[in-house]
Design a protein around this ligand. Structure first.
Ligand SMILES: *Cc1c(COP(=O)(O)O)cnc(C)c1O
Length: 347
């Protein structure tokens, strides 16, 4: 039996029907606007997200970088959730590419309107950088896939709009948030000027992300995508996979969430593991190793030897992510294996 791979929801492989959709995709040169599959994906995604226009980009990282270029100027300050993907996992891209300064606020994946306001510098000050953009990550990866409360996001974005601050939603896992709270993605995206989504995470496509917003902002984004080297040609093969994923893999995200709960409950049975089961709202499970348990690196290594793959997220924190290539049964089995390993003595 192959390993139970819980390292990320990016490890999924395209199904036979997705491969068939890729193989038969109509394509053209997207730089001439002539790729029918890309055009269809952009139109369909814009509609799902309730925005005027959308732009395919190769990765979520490029979506974030292009969004910052569109919404800010070098020297501006950006307010965002503590431990954001933009700060932790983009190799220093935001200050290098957009020349912005990042101000982290809140904690555990969220922040409040008041926290946003107290971190905001006004324009026109002679000493402080002007805050021109805010970023919300929904769901929040490092906080364990928690959903950003929609009402608070709306309050924050309204306060931002009052101050001329633009709002960007890093929605690499927005589909998970929408399914978890049972509301249309467009509703969660509504208060934001620009929103990004990924097709290569929960939806299981081999690659691709997308930015959506007003026609004006998307026109500007198209230039920055080109400047980033992200403008491609017959990219409809990826778009066809994304269209297939939107059609077939959206509703089933609820299964991933149920499996994450099963996994969390199984792991929480060990006194050596601390899992806040109530915070497992989507497909990510954060596991804390209490004193006496092996540390994260040891546990990840031993689990690997026992056929369960996970990622160390801190010295005593391990992350496990469910996705369309792991069954409920595999999650129960993984919980059993890992709980047993946690009971073993630390090396
Ligand atoms: C994965 C992720 C990204 C980046 O996506 P890539 O396609 O890996 O570049 C951005 N933001 C969040 C919240 C993510 O989880």
């Amino acid at each position: 039996m192959g390993a139970i791979d819980l390292r990320s929801d990016t490890v999924t492989l395209p199904s036979a029907s997705m491969r068939a959709a890729i193989a038969s995709a109509p394509v053209g040169d997207d730089q001439f606007g002539e790729d029918p599959s890309v055009n269809r994906l952009q139109e369909r995604s814009a509609a799902i997200l309730g925005k005027e226009a959308a732009l395919f980009v190769p990765t979520g990282t490029m979506a974030n970088q292009v969004a910052l270029r569109v919404l800010t100027r070098p020297g501006d300050a950006v307010v965002l959730t503590r431990e954001s993907h933009l700060v932790w996992y983009e190799a220093g891209a935001a200050p290098a590419n957009a020349g912005v300064q990042l101000t982290e606020v809140g904690g555990r994946g969220t922040f409040t309107r008041e926290e946003f306001l107290s971190a905001c510098w006004p324009p026109g000050h002679l000493l402080s950088p002007p805050t021109t953009c805010l970023v919300i990550e929904n769901t929040h990866n490092r906080a364990g896939g928690v959903v950003f409360p929609a009402a608070e996001a709306a309050r924050i974005c309204a306060a931002a709009a009052d101050r001329g601050v633009r709002a960007y939603l890093d929605g690499a896992r927005l589909w998970n948030a929408a399914v978890a709270v049972g509301c249309p993605p467009a509703e969660l995206a509504a208060p934001f000027d620009l929103v990004s989504v990924a097709f290569s995470k929960g939806l299981g496509a081999p690659g691709g992300s997308l930015l959506a917003g007003s026609a004006d902002l998307i026109r500007t984004a198209t230039r920055y995508r080109r400047m980033s080297g992200g403008a491609m040609r017959q990219v409809g093969f990826f778009a066809a996979a994304a269209l297939h994923a939107l059609e077939h893999n959206m509703a089933r995200l609820a299964d991933d969430h149920a499996n994450a709960r099963r996994l969390a409950e199984g792991l929480a049975a060990s006194a050596r593991l601390r899992v806040d089961v109530d915070r497992v709202q989507t497909n990510i499970v954060m596991v804390h190793l209490v004193e006496g348990a092996p540390d994260a690196a040891q546990l990840v290594q031993r689990a690997k030897e026992a056929g369960v793959l996970m990622v160390a997220f801190g010295p005593r924190t391990v992350r496990a992510v469910t996705h369309l290539d792991v069954s409920a049964q595999a999650c129960l089995r993984a919980a059993e294996v890992v709980a047993e390993l946690a009971e073993a003595r630390a090396a």
